[in-house]
Design a protein around this ligand. Structure first.
Ligand code: XMP
Length: 512
């Protein structure tokens, strides 16, 4: 295995991800517990992460000396490079100006890290982010690649198999970075590269059992992939000690609630409480038109219903959540200064404290696409695992203005047709999210020689990799006109369909 020593970089988890992608198991340990992790794991290699500190500061974090004496390969990245150099007898100075973003390095010498990948004289794009830089190498090191701003872009002590990069190989903007890391863990550290998600599953199951013991766990299902994968994994670990609660707010898509219930109860045999709270949610939404008021009501009500049901189940010790790594980064913001709230996202953030429960979050290290792979591994149906993201407040934020049962039903039908056409055209997987929106606008039409005065439906489809930015999906005109015709012909209450041509930014993906 590989031990990743964390110095607090925002992208440390990306290092772990790249190592997983290379088929090697790794664990991340904060620098101050790295010595224990090292003794326990007996790793075949070590990666020192970047971090926000400067080695020039007093009390800045250090790698345990034992790591350098262990006789195994070490790769230091950014801050990890600097502390390694200083701890081994080199020198680091504050740069007058830092180097941030794209840079080009030139390979100066062969190095085991480059075997089969880079040759001398090659130039490669890398992603830099540093203020300080190494000014004197530790004994035994030599420069193997340089950039304009960092004469010591990559350095190596081949005898000890110590390597150091000033840039970040773990980010996608270093195009060969993943290969460089794979070379380190496989070629330099000699690991086989045969680790798979099946082993992640087994390791997590053991971890969940150890954490939960004889305790009882309650898990809120949303119908989304993350909570579903978390629930199935936990069920595999502790069986009937798990109870799932599915708060059905009546704002799901057509047939979705039934699918969730039958998948969990019948297919997996998981104890599931299905709370039909449609009346309660629609009752509270009556008269609300402001997007934030709608969101806040749904979020608050969700927590209330969940708490009531959890109390009925009684005596759970743990709350399970499908928290993913990007959620963790967003909630532990290192950016300083409060960021502006664009929308109040619906999550069950404050729940564990309120309910005085401990958390079980088996997906905390994973990214969305990895969760999908794990979901497949656990036997969740493709149609479930590959599903587009769906917001917690559901259709309520796709019905600008007041939400009523009638409007939800109209939207459900239109949305179903739209997605059916997308699936039939083989476009579903090429799209990040596609959905219909029911506008609070009525327009005049003519159908069968009669005047109509009905609602407008907008259809939206975007491509994205993380939901943070998005571009519109460029359907061809024939496809859009087929969708429009079907919706208008088949859904009573809609007589006009428009296509939303707005990217994010300036738009958001959802309409509210
Ligand atoms: P926006 O509309 O902010 O959406 O561009 C970005 C992504 O987040 C989803 N979304 C939510 N997901 N709870 C969620 O779990 C929410 O309250 C929520 N609001 C938006 C949205 O569907 C898109 O994928």
């Amino acid at each position: 295995s590989i031990l990743i020593v964390d110095f607090g970089s925002q992208v440390t988890q990306l290092i772990a991800r790249r190592v997983r992608e290379a088929g090697v198991y790794s664990e991340i340990a904060p620098f101050n517990t790295a010595a224990e992790a090292f003794a326990r794991m007996q790793p075949k290699g070590i990666i020192l992460s970047g971090g926000p500190s400067s080695v020039m500061w007093e009390d800045s974090p250090r790698a345990p000396q034992a790591l350098f004496d262990a006789g195994i390969p070490i790769l230091g990245i950014c801050y990890g490079q600097q502390t390694m150099m200083q701890q081994l007898g080199g020198n680091v100075e504050g740069g007058e100006s830092g180097e941030f973003g794209r840079a080009f390095i030139e390979v100066k010498k062969p190095c085991a890290l480059f075997d089969g990948l880079w040759t001398t004289g090659d130039k490669h794009q890398v992603w830099m982010s540093h203020g300080d830089k190494v000014t004197t190498l530790a004994p035994g090191f030599e420069v193997v690649a340089t950039s304009e701003g960092a004469p010591y872009a990559i350095t190596a002590n081949e005898a000890k198999r110590f390597y150091a990069t000033q840039f970040h190989p773990e980010v996608v903007h270093t195009p060969d970075g993943a290969k460089l890391l794979a070379n380190f863990v496989r070629h330099v550290c000699g690991l086989a590269g045969d680790w798979t998600m099946a082993e992640f599953r087994a390791a997590k199951i053991a971890e969940i059992r150890a954490q939960v013991g004889e305790g009882r766990v309650i898990c809120g299902l949303s119908g989304g992939v993350d909570s579903a994968v978390a629930a199935v994994l936990i069920h595999e670990a502790i069986g009937d000690q798990l109870t799932c609660v599915f708060v059905d707010h009546g704002l799901m898509r057509l047939g979705e609630a039934e699918q969730v219930v039958s998948l969990f109860r019948e297919h997996y045999g998981i104890k599931l409480v299905h709370v039909n709270a449609e009346d309660r949610f629609l009752g509270g939404l009556a008269g609300l038109t402001d997007p934030e008021k709608k969101r806040k009501f749904i979020g608050g009500e969700f927590i209330k219903v969940f708490e009531e049901e959890a109390a009925k189940v009684g005596g759970a010790d743990f709350l399970a959540q499908g928290t993913l790594y990007p959620d963790v980064i967003e909630s532990v913001s290192f950016t300083g200064g409060p960021s502006v709230t664009i929308k109040s996202h619906h999550n069950v953030g404050g729940l564990p404290e309120r309910m005085n429960m401990k958390l079980v979050e088996p997906l905390r290290e994973l990214f969305k696409d990895e969760v999908r792979v794990l979901g497949k591994e656990l036997g969740l149906p493709d149609i479930f695992v590959g599903r587009h993201p769906f917001p917690g407040p559901g259709l309520a934020i796709r019905i600008p203005g007041e939400v009523t049962k009638e409007r939800c039903d109209i939207l459900r039908k239109a949305d179903f047709i739209y997605l059916e056409e997308i699936r039939n055209a083989g476009l579903y997987d090429a799209i990040w999210q596609a959905f219909a929106v029911l506008l609070p606008v009525r327009t005049v039409g003519v159908m069968g020689d009669l005047r109509t005065y009905d609602s407008v439906c907008a259809v939206r489809a975007v491509t994205s990799t993380d939901g943070m930015t998005a571009d519109i999906y460029p359907f061809d005109a024939a496809f859009l006109s087929r969708v429009a015709t079907r919706i208008i012909n088949e859904v009573k209450g809609i007589n006009r369909v428009v296509y939303d041509y707005t990217s994010k930014p300036p738009g958001t993906i959802e309409w509210e």
